[in-house]
Ligand binder design. Structure first.
Ligand SMILES: Nc1ncnc2c1ncn2[C@@H]1O[C@H](COP(=O)(O)OP(=O)(O)OP(=O)(O)O)[C@@H](O)[C@H]1O
Ligand SMILES: O=P(O)(O)O[C@@H]1[C@H](O)[C@H](O)[C@@H](OP(=O)(O)O)[C@H](OP(=O)(O)O)[C@H]1O
Length: 493
């Protein structure tokens, strides 16, 4: 995204005039934008479009005269103000305490050349900056956080201006994952720590939680899930949220209804089950950070982990619910024999490939994020979120003659990025990817830096965030394995 200085200035003008609307696709945070409560994608998307095109116009040509009277202040829910949208930019209100200071400082350190409009923002003093060598290492993280366009004050509220990560998506599917083994700063009061523990007992083990999710169904309905939904997910079920988010469940249902139920109803010990066990075990070799150590709930063939290397072991996220396909859906009418089954398979193959490309791209970005986090030792970031956004409209498109083999451009899933980093290997850069993969509309970013503290001890890696990102990668890897195995079966029918 490239914006001119006057476009950015016009967006600020919109903020000062109070003419900006709450961000449409916001899923986490404490504010639920009214526009998103609609159930039909068409109506909600239309609302979002009207808003963003009107505001985009505002960006390019500021209104000739200011509004006659200031608009009413935006609604407040749960004590927090909404994030505001102005086309490709958003304005996030900051809570006026150390959190505001920390978040602004984080962005100022990462984007030192961006001017600030806020009278009280000030430039950060040299004594308040991490040492230069750590800032250099931090630059790897820049591609994985939203671009920053300064901070400023409107109606007594401080805002930071950021790139709107959902702007280019026609139907943005968004999931907010609060990442880290502890969900508050280690300096928080005992009471606050206790409150966080009670909120979600699995945070330390799983390393993240779902704090909001918005996706679409095949009929275009918007499916919203809030933070309370995320709190119901444990090690057995958290991967279901990802299957839902990437719209795999609906394909599994179709598979079952079109004569492929045997693929989904595999029981422990069946050949497919064993294949999956082997596949996942092979992918997860040797990443101790990901092995969270609960015993799997069903027997894994004993030879599976005797393969080379220390076992990364099965992730607790993936195993304890048995075969990670959906529970067998009610079987619909089974269509007539081979030809219709094959025709159905062809469509399903195409659609599974679309999902696989999204998953592979998301995983590739997560690997790069993990690597960037590993390289920096300036900050320990608590209570931030990994935001994954994809454009649901992509799933309607036909892939340009893609085959599973073409996806071998991605680095092998499950190779611990830490090992790759230590060996000095580079993950491919976006521009090294084929055009069709570069344009796969998935965005993975880290957001919310209200609790970004200086690393203690200085220079040490941010283990808590790294663990959480690794755990999210494990969930995505599980889905990749599922889809690849299904594709393999369908393509050999
Ligand atoms: N740059 C962005 N682009 C698009 N959407 C964003 C962006 N930043 C935040 N959001 C949306 O706003 C939500 C809340 O953002 P964020 O976590 O930064 O706010 P917060 O008020 O600090 O939240 P919390 O209540 O969790 O502390 C995110 O879940 C996401 O849906
Ligand atoms: O990071 P901050 O700005 O200090 O604010 C907290 C943070 O946003 C958490 O995400 C939120 O918990 P949930 O997301 O789990 O609701 C918590 O809510 P709470 O105080 O209502 O528990 C906030 O106080």
């Amino acid at each position: 995204m490239s914006l001119t200085a006057s476009e950015i200035a016009s967006a600020w003008e919109g903020l000062f005039q109070g003419s900006l609307a709450p961000l449409g696709p916001q899923v986490g945070g404490h504010f639920t934008a009214p526009a998103v409560t609609s159930t039909k994608a068409s109506s909600s998307v239309a609302t979002a479009k009207v808003t963003s095109s009107a505001l985009a116009g505002n960006l390019l040509s500021p209104p000739a005269s200011p509004p006659a009277s200031p608009p009413p202040p935006p609604p407040i829910e749960g004590g927090k103000l909404p994030v505001l949208e102005c086309g490709p930019l958003i304005f996030k209100p900051l809570i006026a305490d150390t959190r505001a200071h920390r978040e602004r400082r984080f962005y100022q350190v990462l984007f030192p050349d961006v001017p600030d409009f806020s009278p009280n923002a000030g430039a950060i003093s040299p004594g308040n900056k991490p040492p230069t060598n750590r800032i250099d290492a931090l630059s790897h993280l820049r591609p994985f956080i939203p671009r920053y366009f300064g901070s400023g004050r409107a109606n007594g509220i401080d805002y930071i201006c950021l790139e709107n990560l959902a702007f280019s998506a026609t139907r943005p599917a968004v999931v907010d994952l609060k990442v880290g083994r502890i969900a508050c700063s280690p300096n928080a009061s005992t009471k606050r720590k206790q409150k966080e523990l009670e909120k979600y007992i699995w945070q330390e083990l799983i390393g993240f939680r779902v704090t909001g999710m918005k996706s679409y169904s095949s009929s275009g309905e918007i499916l919203d899930a809030d933070r309370m939904y995320g709190r119901t997910l444990g090690p057995d079920s958290v991967s279901l949220a990802f299957r839902h988010f990437f719209r795999l469940e609906e394909l599994y249902v179709e598979l079952a209804q079109s004569g492929h139920a045997e693929l989904l109803q595999s029981k422990p010990g069946s050949p497919l089950h064993q294949a999956l066990a082997r596949e996942l075990a092979a992918r997860w070799r040797g990443t101790p950070g990901h092995a969270v150590g609960l015993p799997p709930a069903y027997p894994i063939p004993s030879d599976v982990f005797s393969a080379t290397g220390s076992g990364r072991g099965p992730s607790v996220l993936s195993w304890s619910s048995g075969l990670p396909f959906c529970s067998p859906p009610a079987r619909g009418p089974i269509e007539g024999p081979v030809t219709s089954k094959r025709r159905t398979s062809e469509t399903l193959v195409a659609r599974l490939l679309g999902r696989l490309l999204l998953l592979r791209t998301a995983h590739w970005q997560l690997s790069n994020l993990e690597r960037a986090l590993r390289l920096q030792g300036a900050f320990h970031i608590y209570s931030s979120s990994v935001l994954i956004i994809y454009d649901d409209a992509f799933l309607d498109q036909e892939l340009p003659s893609t085959r599973p083999d073409d996806l071998s451009i991605f680095p092998p899933v499950g190779l611990p990025p830490s090992a790759a980093t230590m060996a000095g290997e580079q993950l491919p850069l976006p521009e090294q990817m084929p055009a069709w993969a570069q344009h796969c509309p998935v965005t993975v970013r880290l957001i919310d830096f209200a609790h970004a503290l200086d690393a203690t001890p200085a220079g040490s890696p941010d283990q808590s965030t790294l663990y959480g990102v690794g755990s999210i990668m494990s969930c995505v890897e599980q889905l990749i394995a599922e889809v690849e195995i299904l594709l393999d079966h369908l393509m050999h029918l």
